[in-house]
Design a protein around this ligand. Structure first.
Ligand code: GLU
Length: 488
C-alpha cells in the first residue's frame, strides 16, 4: 500500500565527512517532503564495517540541522519504521534473502577469494567483461554440500534475469533500458552476514514505505539490480530520481576536487549562512523555470517540484555562491550580523567575552560599516582589525604609493591640524575639514584621502573614509596620522 503523502529518505553511509553532493541530494529530499507535506527520513547505511568512520554520523546530523533540515524520522527523532540504522536490521535482511533463495532468485556462492581472483585474471586475459561466472547458480544439493566444506561462509548472490532488458522511468532521465546480459549476479549478503548496499537499501526503502528515491546519478547504473529485486519480491518500486552530477567550473567531477571544496563542513567554518547555502544548493541542478536567483526557504518549499530538476550536469559556481552569500549578509539586521561576528572577534582577541553598553554600540557601528562588503563571516575579524587595534600592518604596495611620497608629511600635517579644530566629530564635519585641506594645498581631494586612509587603516580599501574616521574617534585618528606624518 502506498502512503498518501510522499516519504523521502536521505541514506548516508557514515564513511567520512559529508560531501557537498550528499547535502544537495538531502536538500532535494527535504524540499520535496516539505512541499508535499510528506516525510523526510534519515537512514544510516552502516553496513560496510571496514569503511566506518567515527564521528561521520554526528557530522551529518550537525550539517543537516545547521541547514535547518530536521528529519522527521531517524536517529534521535524516532519513528514507526525503525530501527533507522541498517546495522540493527540484519535479521530483516536475512529473512528476505532467505525468501529469495527459496524462490530461486538468489543462491549461496561458495567461491573462494582465490577462485574469484583466478576467474578475473582469465577474463582479463581474454578481454571479457568482468563479472561473476555464475558457477554456483545452479548447484545440486550434493555439490553445495561439498563446496560448503571448502568454504563454510558463503555469500548470497542475486540471480539476475539473463534475457531481455530491465526498464525504468526516471523523473530526470526519462525512460531508461538496461541489457540484462550485461548484468552481474551481485552479492546481496556478504560473508560476514552484512547485506550489501543494493539489497539493504531496497529492503529498507520498501519497508520504510519510501515513495521517491532521490540519489546521485552515479547510482543509475545500479538501478537494474534494484528494479529486479523489487520485482522478485513482488514489491512496487519507488519513483526514481537521479539528479545529475555536480561538476566544477572547468567541467571536472566535483568529487575529484580537493577536500576543501567538497567537504560540507568547511563551508560552515568559512562562515557561509545556512540560507545562502540552501538557496545555492537548491538551485544547483533545479530550476523553477524563471530567471531568478534569490529564494527564501519558504519560497523554495513552495516552488520545489521534481520536474524542475535539470538533466544536464549542475555546475558548482563558487562566484554565484559568494554573490548569494553577500546578498544574504546584506539582508541581515545589523544586530544579527553583529551577533554572528562577535565570536570571531573574541577569537581574534579584539573583544572580551562579555560586552558592556559602549562596546556593544561600537560593535554595531563597526558592523554596519563592513556589512556592505563582507562575504564570509570568517573574513570579518580581518576586516575590522584596525577598528580594534592600533597595531596593524601597513599594506606594502599601498604604503609605497600613498605614504612614501615627499609630499606625504606636509599633507598629513595639514590634515592633523585641520582635524584638530573639528569640534563635532561627525561624518559631515570630517568631510568638510578634509576638503578644506585639499583646497588650502591646491591639490585633488584624492591626494588627501588616500594617504589619510593608509595612515588610519593600513590599507587602500574599506568602508567610506569619513564614516570609519567618525567611528574610530578623533584622538585615535589623529594619533595614527601623527605616526605616519614623519614618514614611514
Ligand atoms: N548510502 C548511499 C550513499 O551514501 C546512499 C545512496 C542512496 O541514496 O540510495 O551514497
Amino acid at each position: 500500500m502506498t502512503p498518501d503523502k510522499p516519504r523521502l529518505r536521505m541514506a548516508p553511509s557514515p564513511t567520512g565527512s559529508p560531501h557537498i553532493g550528499n547535502i544537495r541530494t538531502a536538500v532535494f529530499d527535504y524540499l520535496y517532503a516539505r512541499h508535499t507535506g510528506g516525510t523526510f527520513i534519515l537512514r544510516i547505511e552502516d553496513t560496510d564495517r571496514n569503511r566506518f568512520v567515527e564521528g561521520a554520523l554526528e557530522e551529518m546530523m550537525y550539517a543537516l540541522r545547521w541547514m535547518g533540515m530536521q528529519w522527521d524520522e531517524g536517529p534521535e527523532a524516532g519513528g514507526d519504521f525503525g530501527p533507522y540504522f541498517q546495522s540493527q536490521r540484519l535479521d530483516i535482511y536475512h529473512q528476505y534473502a532467505d525468501r529469495l533463495v527459496e524462490q530461486g532468485r538468489a543462491y549461496r556462492c561458495y567461491c573462494t577469494r582465490e577462485r574469484l581472483e583466478e576467474m578475473r585474471k582469465v577474463q582479463e586475459a581474454a578481454k571479457l567483461p568482468p563479472g561473476y561466472d555464475r558457477r554456483c547458480r545452479n548447484l545440486s544439493k550434493e555439490e553445495s554440500g561439498t563446496l560448503a566444506q571448502e568454504n563454510p561462509n558463503p555469500v548470497i548472490r542475486f540471480a539476475m534475469n539473463r534475457d531481455g532488458t530491465t526498464e525504468l522511468d526516471d523523473v530526470v532521465r526519462g525512460h531508461v533500458s538496461f541489457r540484462n546480459d550485461l548484468q552481474d549476479d551481485f552479492i546481496i549478503i556478504k560473508a560476514d552476514g552484512f547485506p550489501t548496499y543494493h539489497f539493504a537499501s531496497v529492503v529498507d526503502d520498501h519497508l520504510m514505505k519510501i515513495t521517491h528515491v532521490v540519489r546521485g546519478d552515479e547510482w543509475l547504473s545500479s538501478a537494474p539490480k534494484h528494479v529486479q529485486i523489487y520485482e522478485a519480491l513482488g514489491w512496487q518500486a519507488p519513483v526514481w530520481v537521479h539528479p545529475s552530477l555536480i561538476l566544477d567550473e572547468s567541467g571536472k567531477k566535483l568529487s575529484k576536487r580537493s577536500e576543501a571544496q567538497t567537504r560540507f563542513l568547511s563551508y560552515i567554518e568559512d562562515g557561509y549562512l545556512p540560507e545562502a547555502m540552501l538557496n545555492f544548493l537548491a538551485t544547483m541542478g533545479w530550476s523553477a523555470g524563471e530567471d531568478r536567483k534569490l529564494y527564501s526557504r519558504e519560497e523554495l518549499i513552495e516552488k520545489f517540484a521534481l520536474e524542475g530538476i535539470t538533466n544536464h550536469p549542475a555546475i558548482f559556481d563558487l562566484a554565484k555562491l559568494n554573490d548569494l552569500q553577500g546578498e544574504y549578509i546584506r539582508m541581515l539586521a545589523v544586530e544579527q550580523l553583529a551577533d554572528m561576528i562577535q565570536p570571531r572577534l573574541q577569537q581574534a582577541g579584539y573583544i572580551g567575552d562579555s560586552l558592556a553598553g559602549d562596546d556593544i554600540s561600537y560593535l554595531l557601528r563597526v558592523t554596519a560599516l563592513i556589512q556592505d562588503r563582507l562575504v564570509l563571516l570568517n573574513e570579518a575579524a580581518d576586516m575590522v582589525s584596525y577598528f580594534y587595534s592600533d597595531e596593524f600592518e601597513y599594506d606594502e604596495k599601498g604604503a609605497r604609493k600613498h605614504l612614501a611620497k615627499d609630499t606625504t608629511p606636509a599633507i598629513l600635517k595639514a590634515v592633523i591640524s585641520k582635524l584638530s579644530d573639528v569640534n563635532s566629530w561627525t561624518v559631515g564635519d570630517i568631510e568638510s575639514a578634509m576638503r578644506a585641506v585639499a583646497d588650502d594645498l591646491a591639490v585633488k581631494a584624492a591626494d588627501i584621502i588616500h594617504p589619510t586612509r593608509m595612515a588610519v587603516t593600513g590599507r587602500t580599501w574599506g568602508p567610506g573614509l569619513f564614516e570609519l574616521m567618525e567611528v574610530i574617534g578623533k584622538s585615535r585618528v589623529v594619533a595614527r596620522l601623527e605616526r605616519c606624518a614623519g614618514g614611514l
